[in-house]
Ligand binder design. Structure first.
Ligand code: CA
Length: 643
């Protein structure tokens, strides 16, 4: 396989790959330039022995195979049988948009019949600026799996769409809780069809994060009430999107184009062997994902595939943003081409990703969509591992501490985090390692589905400390995330001290819970009452952030001009933000974080200030008034003053 030759000779630019349904007839087109023979198989159902008819396909333009079935075949399922010479394989359409159980056969679906009422006027929240976003990362099952959720449609799309649900303590759960938190977007872990859960046996209670993609344009069947009929999951997911939008919440989809679950048996390999992946000179598959392969976004038909797929999700399902798994495996040109097309559909779409890979990809580093190359892809934000590790300690060294839990000399790293890793002359003692061109390029987070939950991390870094002390650390960490410049992101349940208990001897907690049972992964809603003070604190921080544009500046120059760090004792970082001429109800903010275990008195700009955040409370209403030149800050706490 010479992919360069394939790209120059056989690039197909049409938009009719896959099946195109009308009442009068359905066309089928599949790109497979080196195939010897391709047959279309029509089935009654998505599984079982029910072949109805086969149709030979003709080699058509640019290496595509084509046929038309001139009758109404709505609701039928299909595959292709592709002969590559020595071997012949039956495969689902690489462009399948609906499928039967376990994604074995594509479905001819009339998508116009899957829309909820008023779908044409459905819309997610409009972002004036990207830094207005507040992201809440959630696995669909986790929200409803535990009995304390009080949700009927456990594990399913419909579970997150339920309202009026509550915990045994009478507190809002699920969607109502998320709305109550005030976040702007729910970021859902992979929803495209993945391979690790058997959709025929949901009773096996099998959980998986879903980073094992099989069909990129098909929804995962195990999240629907009926995985056998391909239209059901489409309808149920659209209803969920609409419900979230009606509640003012946007939907971000986690997408995993960087690798596939299967390698030799993937849809890609069965359709065009050797084309869609990066392959070493010796014929082995490159593996920057550590999952067996890495896709080749720089190959023109793979690039087109990603663009087509993402545009389909954005258009058909009204998706408000995408999070790219191991984005560093993809090439920059492809990511920029994707952004260009998606912005035509939704100008304020949110795009972000992991600016790294699991191993070095088989492509020149300068071409890769890595964090270090962020400036070359201004439409993308990157997970900010600087802030993550500076605040609470290195992610892979479980006992390593950070600023809030006892590591010294973290002030400069923290300053770099506060300015969203943009250039600021006062951060890092002037050393230049800014990678973000604007604050919007920084996704500020301290916990996500990967690795230990924030609460479990504190248990391991500070076992000698009481729950009360660790709660203080947690709240200080949250205050840093929600007051820093950039886009804040939290893992669902972080606001109620989520924990994932260990299952192996000697392991108190589970950090890589990708296939752990619901008992480990799910949100236990009794936490909400148990840690009501922490929940309220997060809520207050979110509300305060939303009210003050001073915390959501975009341009690096503006941040550098308006945000000034103060001279403070060790283990403290403080700064003022000048809000003159900004559309803000306040003119100035003064924010101080104290990571010391003792009360501190520091000098602040003179005059009268209102306290909006202190060691106990956070919100948009003043908690107290302070005048004078000094202020007292409690141990392990943040204070936010405004005037
Ligand atoms: Ca599946």
């Amino acid at each position: 396989m010479d992919w360069k030759k394939m790209d120059s000779k056989y690039y197909y630019e049409g938009n009719d790959l896959g099946c195109v349904y009308t009442k009068e007839g359905t066309t089928f087109r599949v790109w497979s330039p080196e195939a010897k023979k391709v047959t279309l198989n029509l089935y009654e159902q998505g599984n079982g022995d029910c072949l109805v008819e086969t149709f030979p396909m003709q080699l058509d333009k640019a290496g595509t195979w084509y046929t038309e079935v001139k009758k109404d075949i709505k609701g039928m399922y299909y595959t292709y049988t592709i002969n590559h010479g020595a071997d012949t394989r039956e495969v689902i359409d690489v462009y399948a948009k609906a499928a039967g159980v376990n994604g074995k056969r594509a479905m001819v679906l009339d998508f116009s019949e899957t829309n909820p009422i008023d779908w044409d006027i459905d819309q997610g929240p409009v972002l004036k600026r990207k830094t207005d976003a507040i992201l809440y990362e959630l696995h669909l099952r986790d929200v409803s799996a535990d009995a304390t959720a009080g949700i009927k449609n456990k594990y399913l799309f419909g579970g997150l769409a339920e309202q009026g649900t509550h915990s045994p303590d009478g507190l809002a759960t699920g969607l109502d809780h998320i709305k109550e938190m005030g976040v702007t977007h729910v970021h859902l872990l992979p929803l495209h069809d993945f391979g690790s859960v058997d959709e025929e046996h949901p009773e096996r209670n099998k959980f998986n994060w879903g980073y094992d993609p099989v069909n990129y344009n098909v929804l995962e069947g195990s999240y629907s009430t009926d995985p056998y009929h391909g239209e059901v999951r489409v309808k149920e997911f659209k209803q969920l999107v609409k419900k979230l939008h009606e509640n003012g919440i946007g939907v971000v989809m986690d997408v995993v184009y960087n690798h596939t679950y299967y390698t030799k048996d993937s849809v890609f390999e069965k359709t065009v062997p050797g084309y869609y992946y990066r392959i070493h000179a010796d014929g082995t598959f490159a593996d920057a994902s550590a999952c067996g392969n890495e896709t080749a976004s720089e190959h023109k038909m793979m690039r087109k595939y990603m663009i087509d797929s993402l545009c389909f999700w954005a258009k058909e399902y009204h998706i408000d943003g995408f999070r790219f798994d191991l984005m560093g495996i993809h090439d920059i040109d492809t990511m920029n081409a994707i952004a260009k097309e998606l912005k035509k559909i939704k100008p304020d779409i949110i795009l972000y990703g992991e600016g790294w890979a699991a191993a070095a990809p088989l492509l020149a580093p300068k071409s890769l969509a890595m964090k270090v190359n962020a400036a070359k892809m201004p439409d993308y934000s990157m997970f900010n591992d600087n802030i993550r590790d500076a605040v609470k300690g290195h992610v892979f060294e479980v006992e390593a501490k950070g600023f809030v839990n006892g590591k010294e000399d973290m002030e400069e790293e923290l300053k770099f985090a506060i300015v969203g890793s943009t250039h600021h002359k006062q951060a890092l003692n002037g050393k230049e390692k800014a990678w973000a061109k604007t604050a919007a390029q920084s996704i500020n987070y301290i916990s996500a589905h990967d690795d230990l939950t924030l609460w479990d991390k504190f248990a391991l870094t500070n076992p000698e400390d009481s729950v009360e002390i660790r709660k203080k650390m947690n709240c200080l960490a949250a205050a840093i995330i929600f007051t820093s410049q950039g886009i804040p992101f939290i893992q669902a349940g972080e606001e109620m001290l989520r924990t994932k208990p260990g299952t192996e001897p000697g392991k108190k907690f589970t950090s890589n819970s990708y296939n752990s049972p619901d008992a480990i992964n799910s949100i236990k809603w009794n936490w909400k009452k148990e840690y009501a003070d922490v929940v309220d604190y997060y809520k207050g921080l979110i509300a305060f952030r939303k009210e003050h544009i001073m915390l959501r500046m975009m341009e690096s120059e503006e941040i550098e001009t308006r945000l000034h760090f103060m001279e403070l004792p060790p283990n403290m970082v403080g700064y003022t933000i000048d809000g003159e001429n900004l559309e803000d109800t306040l003119k100035e903010l003064c924010i101080v974080y104290n990571a010391n275990r003792s009360q501190q008195q520091v000098e602040i700009p003179e005059g009268t200030w209102n306290v909006y955040v202190n060691e106990k409370n956070a919100g948009t209403k003043p908690l107290a008034e302070k005048s004078g030149k000094t202020i007292t800050i409690e141990p392990l706490s943040a204070i936010v003053l405004g005037r």
